[in-house]
Design a binder for this molecule. Structure first.
Ligand code: FES
Length: 217
């Protein structure tokens, strides 16, 4: 693949032409908030709306997970328009997310905490009305706990389980505020096709999927 050069935040960088901007930036140690992207997923869902960046020649911010890099591209990951969009997306997300980090197994390794620091945003937003779900926690697996209340619907676990591993124990159900990641027939995990391979737990960016033995991911 042809190598091209581009500029991200005033840093001159080389990368394979066509690689998605998100992975190029992350590989060079330039953090861009992201939840729904997976490197081996050919078609990014671009559903979390957190990876906005500004690119010279574009009148509006673009999502870094869908934007291919090209020769001479000039990218600003900290432009005001991009940050405003990312902050709004993050605050909307946090409006439905329980914030009880002190009691969460993912505390200090949660992607939401990292994003909040990066965006200078608060985990407890006052901008939007808090709408918490009160869904039952599934502890039926011998390996992990699934708390759908902490799920941000990024879809990483669903895609890995179905597409990467071909198991298909997890999927999305319902729409809008009711949307949830669940098993077929909404059965407890232990009664589903789950093979406890642990891949979903390692991919989960929040405390929705955590090991019972306390292992950190
Ligand atoms: S990582 Fe780009 S929209 Fe989610």
């Amino acid at each position: 693949m042809k190598t091209i050069s581009l500029t991200i935040d005033d840093r001159r960088i080389t990368a394979p032409e066509g690689e998605k901007l998100l992975w190029v930036a992350l590989d060079k140690g330039i953090y861009i908030p992201n939840l729904c992207a997976l490197r081996d997923k050919p078609e990014p869902a671009a559903s979390c709306r957190l990876c906005f960046v500004e690119v010279d020649g574009h009148s509006q911010p673009v999502t870094a997970c869908t934007e291919p890099v090209r020769e001479g591209m000039v990218v600003n990951t900290k432009g005001p328009k991009a940050l405003r969009l990312a902050r709004t997306g993050f605050e909307l997300l946090m409006a439905t997310h329980p914030v009880d980090c002190g009691h969460c197994a993912k505390n200090r390794s949660c992607e939401l905490q990292k994003i909040a620091v990066h965006l200078h945003a608060k985990l407890k937003t006052k901008r939007f009305k808090k709408l918490e779900r009160k869904l039952p926690v599934d502890s039926s697996s011998s390996v992990f706990i699934y708390d759908p209340n902490k799920c941000v619907l990024c879809g990483r676990c669903v895609w890995i389980c179905r597409e990467r591993l071909g198991i298909g124990a997890l999927g999305f159900a319902h729409r809008g505020f009711e949307r949830v990641v669940t098993t077929f027939g909404d059965e407890p995990i232990a009664k589903s096709q789950c093979q406890e391979c642990e891949e979903c737990i390692r991919a989960c960016p929040t405390g929705a999927l955590v090991f019972k033995d306390g292992e950190k991911t």
